[in-house]
Design a protein around this ligand. Structure first.
Ligand SMILES: C[S@@+](CC[C@H](N)C(=O)[O-])C[C@H]1O[C@@H](n2cnc3c(N)ncnc32)[C@H](O)[C@@H]1O
Length: 281
């Protein structure tokens, strides 16, 4: 059964819309009713439930920390991503952020770099960050480098930590990068590649909800990538999230947003460097 838009009544659409907004900050306007219906229909089919209102009751009965709430979140998130998506950000790392960290180390600062990929989806972005780090010649083994990759969606986090991808998703990489950083799969993994330990060892995957008022993070970051997630939030939520992210940036640290995202409020302690790159003054 493919649930049609009209089957998601005004009342039911309103209930899901409110719940999803409260739980993950995703703002669903009328134009998303069809999308929500389609996505819910898959879950309903898997559970053998016909009526979305019944499904809503089930989610509410299990409560905010229930498994079905997580299933609902997993089915409503949009996870589109790519390797080296918006490549100017990776160039900026190599040309500005990493040399700046090396310069500081020459002045006696610890050889340490912390990067947060705050909506890491299926992992293409954190692995792109990891290979950009590994490709930077001045980062010898004496450097302590960590990448935190987080998302709200447990299904994409599981996929990302496996690090297995269809080989054709990596065509954007240079051949040398492909050979250096990925193993070619055989047998059941034929046609796929797996990120090598040298990349995987840099990354820690964790579930973090960007709209929570506190995050279980003790460190401050040199660079935060928070790309192509803010578009799903309304302006007050965007502002809340960016102001929260700023508290996790080191002075002089960089925040990268997605190509259609911006900071539309003042005052803001971030200085725009153009191309959706911001620096904490
Ligand atoms: C379109 S993907 C962007 C992936 C990657 N940053 C990129 O630009 O290629 C958006 C991701 O944001 C995640 N997301 C949505 N709401 C979130 C929230 N409240 N907290 C954390 N992640 C969230 C989704 O699960 C999804 O994986």
């Amino acid at each position: 059964m493919a649930l049609a838009t009209e089957l998601l009544s005004d009342r039911c659409f309103g209930d899901f819309k409110r719940l999803i907004y409260e739980k993950v900050g995703i703002s669903l306007n009328e134009s998303k009713r069809c999308l929500l219906s389609t996505r819910l229909s898959k879950r309903l089919r898997a559970l053998g439930i016909d009526d979305p209102a019944e499904y809503f009751k089930l989610v509410m009965r299990e409560g905010s920390e229930g498994d079905e709430m997580q299933e609902l979140i997993n089915c409503i998130t949009t996870n589109k991503t790519d390797f080296m998506r918006e490549p100017h950000h990776f160039r900026f790392l190599t040309e500005h952020c990493f040399p700046a960290a090396v310069n500081l180390s020459l002045k006696g600062e610890p050889r340490k770099l912390r990067i947060w990929c705050a909506a890491s989806s299926n992992g293409h972005e954190p692995y792109s960050l990891a290979l950009t780090v590994r490709d930077f010649p001045a980062f010898d083994p004496s450097w302590d480098i960590r990448i935190l990759a987080s998302d709200i969606d447990t299904r994409v986090l599981a996929k990302a930590s496996e690090g297995v991808y269809p080989a054709d998703e990596l065509l954007v990489l240079e051949k040398t990068q492909l050979h250096r950083y990925f193993d070619r799969g055989t047998g059941s993994l034929s046609g796929k590649v797996r990120a090598k330990r040298t990349l995987r060892d840099l990354i820690t995957f964790r579930q973090i909800n960007l709209i929570e008022s506190s995050w279980p993070i003790q460190t401050k970051f040199d660079v935060i990538f928070c790309r192509n997630v803010m578009i799903y939030f309304d302006l007050p939520t965007q502002r809340k999230v960016v102001e929260h992210l700023i508290r996790y940036l080191k002075p002089g640290g960089f925040l990268m947003l997605g190509h259609s995202e911006s900071i539309q409020w003042t005052p803001c302690p971030l200085r725009s460097l153009g191309h959706t790159i911001f620096q904490l003054s």
